[in-house]
Design a protein around this ligand. Structure first.
Ligand code: APR
Length: 179
């Protein structure tokens, strides 16, 4: 499914296979890897990504990457140039500023992409896996952030939302129509 003349697209697939300038990783604050998309990116990208994350922790982020913030590394063996690591909020029921923190994770990933001159970027469904954010609630947050960005910024000229299954892609699209 695409919007804005194809500039914004929702697809299903494996984000580690995306041939874009940058993919976004749903990391945790340690930046030292994990399961889910984080695990897939480190596995497919190889050890250079983790080595760079360790350096970032030592040199810039001794307390880790705060929720909602973003930082970029190289992409190792992945078919993209950058990995933008961001930390989404853990879902506690919606009373701990989760909506703003999730929006910030997408906004700060896009800000990092602009700083890098990224022309194409792929996002996973941040926080909707291990972190338990309800996908239908996340969909509305993501949609508002991306529409706001596309309507005010020229770059990235291609923004993809990559869902790991056709069912989660369909759920995203349904959630938008239920707004
Ligand atoms: N490609 C695209 N999407 C994927 C992939 C993949 N290869 N693998 C998983 N996903 C999807 C999941 O199905 C989910 O919809 O990414 C979404 C985010 O799920 P998680 O990876 O669990 O991320 P999140 O919910 O943000 O939890 C982050 O999990 O992996 C750990 O280190 C990470 O502690 C952090 C936490």
């Amino acid at each position: 499914m695409t919007w804005y003349n194809g500039r914004l697209e929702a697809v299903s697939g494996d984000i580690t296979a995306c041939r874009v300038d940058a993919i976004v990783n749903a990391a945790n604050s340690t930046l030292l890897g994990g399961g889910g998309v984080d695990g897939a990116i480190h596995k497919a990208g190889g050890p250079s990504i983790l080595a760079e994350c360790r350096r970032l922790r030592t040199e810039k982020l001794p307390d880790g990457l705060p929720t909602g913030h973003a930082v970029a590394t190289g992409a190792g063996n992945l078919p993209c140039r950058h990995v933008i690591h961001t930390v989404g909020p853990i879902w506690f029921g919606g009373s701990r500023n989760e909506e703003t923190l999730l929006a910030n994770a997408y906004r700060n990933s896009l800000r990092t992409a602009l700083e890098l001159g990224v022309k194409s970027i792929a996002f996973p469904a941040i926080s909707t896996g291990i972190y338990g954010y309800p996908p239908d609630k996340a969909a509305k947050v993501v949609w508002n952030v991306l529409c706001e960005h596309v309507e005010h910024k020229e770059q990235p000229e291609k923004i993809q939302l990559v869902f790991f299954s056709p069912a989660s892609l369909a759920a995203f699209i349904n959630a938008l129509s239920a707004r």
